[in-house]
Each structure stands twice: as C-alpha cells, then as structure tokens.
Design a protein around this ligand. Structure first.
Ligand code: ATP
Ligand code: MG
Ligand code: FE
Length: 348
C-alpha cells in the first residue's frame, strides 16, 4: 500500500508519499518561517493563503519525486485537525478532491496521531508504548495501545512545552522560530547560573506547568542592568535545563505508573517538535535506561511537522479498514483521546 500525505495545520506546507514497508518515497516540507518572522509568530490568515498558493505544486513535485502517478496510490491522507482552521481546510479540501477524482479512499488524520505514530514509521516500534508528546500546542503523557487507542496520563495546565520555548526565546530576543534558536543560544550558556523554578516537579501525577518558569525568566531578565548576549545565553541554558528537569520528572512518574498498572515496563517514546531538542533527548535516554527500558526518538526531520507522519498514520488506518467520508469536517480542536480504533462503533 502507498499513501500520499498532506500537512497544512500550522506553518509548514508538506506532502509525502510513504509505503507500508515503512519506506518514505518522497518527502517535501515548505516552511513559511520567512512569511511570519516579522510578526514574531504564525499569522493564521497568512498561513492559510500561503498553503493555498503552494500546495498544488508541492504535491505535484512530491509525486514526481516518488516517480508515481495517482493511479499507484492506495489512498490520500490529510491532517483534518487540530490546527489553524484555514490551513487545515486547504489540506482537507485538496485531499478530498484528489480522492474523488482518482477514486481513492480519503483518510482524515488527527495531526497528533501523526506525531504519536511516527516512531512506528521510523523505528518500527510495537504497541504498547509510553508517549511524551511535546510540540508547539501540546504537552501530554499518554499510554499508546494501538491506532486510535490513547490513555491520557497527564498534560499541561497552562503552556505547551514548545510554546514555552517560543515565548521565552521571544522574551530573550533570540530570534524566530524560538525553539531551535533557544537551543542554539543555550549551547553557549551556563545552565547553572540562574536558579529557576521547576513547577510540579516532585509531585505525584503526570501534569505539567510552564507559565511560572517563563515568568521567572522575565523577572531574572528584568533584574539585569543591561543584559549582555552572554546573560541571555545563560538564561536560555538555565531555562532549557529547567524544562528538561520537569519533562524527565513527569515522564518518570508515567513510566512507573505504566509498570505498576500493567506489570511490565513500556518503551519511552518522545514526539513533536520539542523532541528535536538534543539536551532533552539525552536526558530522556538516561531516564529510560534508569527505568529499565529504552527511549525511541524519531529522526529530527520527523519530529517537527511533516507529511510523512500523516501519510503513515493514513496507512495504519487504511490497513485496519478505515476511510473517511468526503463530508468529514475539518476540526480546529480534536483531542487524541476522542479518537477510536477503526471499526469501533464509537469511531468519530
Ligand atoms: P502541535 O503539533 O501541537 O499542533 P505544532 O505542529 O505547531 O503544534 P510542531 O511542529 O510539532 O508543533 O513543533 C513545533 C514546536 O517545536 C515549536 O514550539 C518549536 O519551538 C519547537 N521546537 C522545534 N525545535 C526545537 C528544539 N530544537 N528545541 C526546543 N523546541 C523546539
Ligand atoms: Mg511549524
Ligand atoms: Fe505538530
């Protein structure tokens, strides 16, 4: 089976072709970073127009790279939510049109399920596993028992992890987009110089909180007379260390809960844009080892938004007999826990 995937939920216009033997046959991501940079964040209307302008040609180029005609496909998958509704609509309408014209199944993919199943594409990981999903809009710990089978252990009560990176980077004037810029600055900083809070750490459960940490960075910055570049690097490193501590602590609780409830350890999987962070990957690797299991992290290009993960989630659903009706709506909000396995009578 071969599926074309389309991703337009935020500021990446992406298309990819993936086959069920886990081969990525074509992979294209067009970033809109330069279009949003002067605003310091993603502008939904600009994003939607840009997707509309570029998607058709990007899909044609992707099919070219794969060396395939639409006739060779088994289905067309598109992110149908959650995300910025204008962009999601562009991807969904395009995928539905292609599916209708070429008489192919349409697969409505939850973007978060795309992130959640990526390690099955990259590393062939088997169910069940424990997932730390850390992205621009989400921060959650979940037990993943199968396609459409997610048990939520906890999540953020305020900002998402990526959002915290982005806001803190903006505060520190480190450049856009914030996550990678902050990581680069932190590489030259002293992580022990500033003592920042670690909200929720040491408490039972698997919830997160980052807004107090961000405020502490703002206060530390305000306490400096004329912050030098080195001051900002040290603050970046101290912030990153605090986030890594929090994520490690919460993930430990989740791994222990899984083992207590199921009588066996689960592999730890990290996914979403923040999973590209090297310090975090290292810390989670150490945690997984200490807990008698292993860490699986996708390659960097599959951590941030891409369409290979959407094509793969489409393949996983297609081979379980799923397909979505052509009136399936685009959903701006769509929690993972509302998903059901294909064929389940409650499948949304
Ligand atoms: P969601 O997946 O929740 O809908 P999204 O699709 O916008 O949100 P992703 O593309 O999955 O988010 O991830 C983008 C986020 O990852 C941004 O917040 C970005 O700052 C962060 N990020 C990317 N690279 C790094 C890095 N190296 N270190 C820390 N954060 C990073
Ligand atoms: Mg993005
Ligand atoms: Fe994402």
């Amino acid at each position: 089976m071969i599926v074309l995937g389309i991703e337009t939920s935020c500021d990446e216009t992406a298309a990819a072709v993936v086959s069920s033997d886990r081969t990525i046959r074509a992979h294209k991501v067009l970033s809109q970073i330069t279009e949003h940079r002067e605003y310091g964040g993603v502008v939904p209307e600009i994003a939607a127009r840009s997707h509309l302008e570029h998607l058709d040609r990007l899909i044609a180029a992707t099919m070219d790279e794969a060396g395939l005609s639409f006739r060779a496909l088994s289905g067309v998958a598109a992110t149908s939510g959650p995300g910025l509704i204008g962009g999601v609509l562009v991807g969904v309408m395009t995928a539905k049109a292609l599916a209708a014209v070429h008489d192919l199944p349409f697969l409505a993919i939850n973007h978060l399920e795309g992130h959640a199943l990526t390690v099955r594409l990259s590393d062939g990981v088997e169910f069940p596993y424990l997932l730390l999903l850390v992205s621009g809009g989400h921060c959650q710990l979940l037990a993943v028992d199968g396609v459409g089978r997610y048990q939520r252990y906890g999540g953020t009560v305020d900002d998402a992890a990526g959002e915290a990176f982005d806001k803190t980077a903006k505060l520190l004037d480190l450049g856009y987009p914030g996550g990678p810029a902050l990581e680069a600055a932190a590489r030259q900083g002293d992580a022990t110089r500033f003592t920042l809070p670690r909200p929720m750490m040491g408490r039972p459960g698997c919830d997160f909180s980052f807004s107090g940490l961000k405020t502490a960075v703002r206060q530390a910055l305000a306490g400096l007379e004329a912050p030098s570049e080195q001051d900002r690097r040290d603050l970046a490193a101290s912030f990153q260390a605090a986030v890594a501590d929090i994520l490690e602590d919460r993930s430990r609780n989740a791994l222990q809960r899984f083992r207590e409830e199921r009588g066996q350890p689960a592999p730890l999987v990290v996914a979403g844009g923040v999973a590209a962070n090297e310090v975090l990957r290292q810390r989670l690797g150490q945690l997984a080892n200490a807990e008698g299991t292993g860490l699986v992290a996708p390659p960097l290009r599959l951590c941030t938004d891409n369409a290979a993960m959407i094509a793969w989630a489409g393949l996983e659903r297609l081979r379980l007999g799923d397909r979505a009706p052509l009136d399936f709506p685009a959903r701006p909000r769509w929690p993972l826990t509302e998903l059901r396995p294909p064929g389940d009578p409650d499948d949304a």
